[in-house]
Design a protein around this ligand. Sequence first.
Ligand code: NDP
Length: 255
Amino acid sequence: MGQFETKLYAALVGGGFVVAAIVFLSLFFITAPYGRHMRPGWGPAVNSTVGWMIMESVAVSVLPLFFFLGHGLAPTPAWVFLILWETHYLHRAIVYPLRRRSRKGSMPLAIILMAIVFNIFNGYVNGRYLGLNTDVYGADWLMKPCLVSGVIVFFAGFAINIHSDNVLRSLGWSGKARYRIPRGGLYRWVSCPNYLGEVMEWTGWALATWSVSGLLFAVWTGANLIPRAFSHHRWYLNEFPDYPPKRKAIFPFLF
Ligand code: NDP
């Protein structure tokens, strides 16, 4: 990394933490306008399935690009991170959009553009770090407690996320109702276990990579999804008088 890029990278990471804090606080007041929170006034909208596929495909490709640029093509232990990343993002970019219940719905173009900018930023920050620190991730890294526990947390989160999204998909439309109360699995304790699973995945990633770039991604995921879980939870309470009173928003027994 040259001098200019080193400074740019440090500014992106430092600035990334500051912006994540601002986003976290703002999202408690302005809920991102898609799904049940979709509303007019956010510019043109496009098909949400196409939107999901485009915005998440950016993540599929940007991290590997910077990873291989620094790392070269020879297989090394650091490929374990590529496997984690692509496991999540190939599912999110292809499988998830095609299986969503509301495939014909729409989402604002502005949301898609913001997600693309974030995915370029995040793919660069994480891919560049992993690609340039190949000496850190030698064979001994595969036995480190941080890697082992991180991979376990990642896949536990991945399983929770997929199972919880499957529960939502199985709800279908009943009569005129577009939404119903999800039940079973971690829905016993929280309104948004799919978000809890996602937060776990990237916390696992931060642990496994033991890097500031991984930490930044975990922080961003929480900054995005904790306030959104709060909005979903409040919406459920307003919408369903019989909503389970002990259910929390995202973290069982806590919040
Ligand atoms: P939601 O939980 O809001 O919705 C998921 C799907 O289930 C949508 O098709 C939604 O329909 C449907 N749905 C939700 N609740 C109900 C209900 N009560 N009854 C019937 N159908 C329901 O998740 P998001 O759309 O926000 O996110 C989708 C996935 O993407 C999640 O797995 C999430 O973790 C991930 N994600 C990750 C982010 C990150 O920062 N890493 C950011 C955002 C999402 P509809 O669209 O019509 O509301």
